[in-house]
Ligand binder design. Sequence first.
Ligand code: PMP
Length: 341
Amino acid sequence: MEERLNFRNDLVDLPEFKVSDIKCKIKLDQNESPFRLPKRLRHHVLNLLKEKYSENLYPQPTDFFDKKKKVAEFLNIDPRRLTITAGADQGILGIMMISKEKVKLLDPSYPIYRNDAIVLKKKIDLAKLDEEDNFKITTEKIGKGYNFVGLLSPNQPVGNLIDDKVVAEACKNNDIVLMDEAYYEYSGKTYLNFQKEYKNLVILRTFSKAGSLAGLRLGYLIGDEGIISAVEKVLFTPYNISLMHFALLDNFEEIYGWGLEFGKRIRKIRDDFYNFLISSGFKAYESKGNFVLFKGRKKLYDDLLSNGIKTRYMNIHNKDYIRITIGRKDEMEVVKKQLTI
Ligand code: PMP
């Protein structure tokens, strides 16, 4: 019989999102938190799943709205301006699905933006950020007239913030502007207050980083009521998330507080590590995230890996870089020693 393996072959060229699965002693390659949630909180969430929620039933829209109300109250926003997603990744996909064709993305930045744009057949323009200018994001680079602009502050993998003026101009000059605040707890800087003036600005957050919940995929979007409602339609909310998310949302305040506290703790280790790199003669980029990017060859990445330290090797505009997630203090001491050899 004739085979009907007929599907989009343009996706063959889609860049793969590869992470090495080589075993290591110190895992500093995916910007995760090195700590688990406090045991008491973990048990509480699991107990809710056992006792309060029935896994044989779907998440119900009315229950979902109640959860949103509680979270929104805590964040001091209208619940209709909030939606919950399975990780920030799903938020990025949802917001891009409702955007029109012309998109502008930062280069370098988090690769999923480009992947989603390719999958959704967008017309993509890249704002190529200059290494000589420390990958600075400017109004000229962002440009005008786009249906979607993906901004990240701090940008990833560099770690730099975007000037307020540049964000304001981006909102004035374009349609939907997504501000990715995945590393907000490490930077302490948010653009939430900009939404009063710029209705087209959408804020993206996640609990995967400082929130220490990467494996449970909890993220959220805050934006204009109409935009959020459209995103919920395309993602089929609340069926895009699970009762595990509900149990987590029942503990939103506490998890949020834990993330903020942890984010603050990491900042000092990060700044110390950056200073170490600079004083050791590396070209490093000042970061407001939980990672630091520096110039380093693949050989250095391999050496670190063979000593049990997994980092991320990156080729940006044909140059070699290493991005290293900031781990515990003791882990960073091991890294420093290895880099001094
Ligand atoms: N945005 C940025 C900038 C990220 O680095 C990541 C994770 N690598 C995400 C979004 C996605 O996070 P999540 O795990 O919540 O999908």
